[in-house]
Design a protein around this ligand. Structure first.
Ligand SMILES: CC(C)(COP(=O)(O)OP(=O)(O)OC[C@H]1O[C@@H](n2cnc3c(N)ncnc32)[C@H](O)[C@@H]1OP(=O)(O)O)[C@@H](O)C(=O)NCCC(=O)NCCS
Length: 179
């Protein structure tokens, strides 16, 4: 099995992120460089990547996560302001798991879990105790393994219009975080 390095993301990783994204998502879900850069700027400790371990490392997987007000949703491909949650109490925020992608070359090696665990520790250190995500491309079954469950009433969710922006098969999921 190949070795991979799992570490925090930096701005220099973003071109590789776009390449992996193109390998992993259908076209209506693709996001631009500015949207990704704004998420990294908002929460650099909770955005992670995996690269191959050789002289010229290739990025093979990435994870964007950030704090976000509970009951609200960041827009797909939207640019987030750097201070969007500066005044908020950690209890009013959720750890929003925005985008996990592993290129076909890295799949089945547990990389997604390693990225998730690295980012989760940073989220817990920041005081976050709740997490939400939007499962797309039939990934809800995979997220269930990590303890996420669909929120009770998707249609009643206050941000149903923004959820629709993630496609007709998008499922809002959540879990409680515990140390
Ligand atoms: C979902 C994804 C991140 C998992 O990455 P991975 O590195 O293969 O994950 P792991 O190695 O931790 O787990 C692999 C296991 O998950 C299963 N799995 C992978 N994708 C799955 C999915 N969409 N639904 C259900 N199970 C899935 C595999 O069959 C495998 O099962 P096994 O352990 O019984 O063999 C990866 O498949 C991916 O990038 N998909 C495309 C992008 C995407 O849809 N991301 C999620 C958006 S919410």
């Amino acid at each position: 099995m190949s070795d991979f390095l799992v570490r925090r993301m930096t701005a220099a990783d973003l071109p590789g992120v776009l390449r992996v994204q193109a390998e992993c998502y259908r076209s209506d879900l693709l996001e631009g460089m500015q949207a990704f850069a704004s998420r990294l700027a908002l929460a650099p400790a909770t955005c992670w990547v995996a690269t191959s371990c050789n002289e010229h490392p290739d990025l093979v997987a990435y994870l964007f996560t950030h704090p976000w007000p509970q009951g609200s949703l960041p827009p797909l491909d939207g640019v987030l302001a750097p201070s969007m949650h500066d005044d908020a109490d950690a209890a009013a925020l959720t750890w929003f798991v925005h985008d996990m992608a592993v290129a076909p070359a890295g799949r089945g090696a547990g990389l997604a879990m390693r990225l998730y665990e690295g980012a989760l520790q940073a989220a817990l250190d920041a005081g976050l105790r709740h997490s939400r995500l939007i499962a797309v491309q039939s990934a809800a079954r995979w997220w269930r393994r990590l303890g996420y469950a669909p929120i009770a009433s998707q249609a009643d969710f206050a941000c149903a219009d923004k959820l629709a922006g993630y496609g007709p098969d998008a499922v809002m999921m959540e879990r409680v975080l515990a140390r």
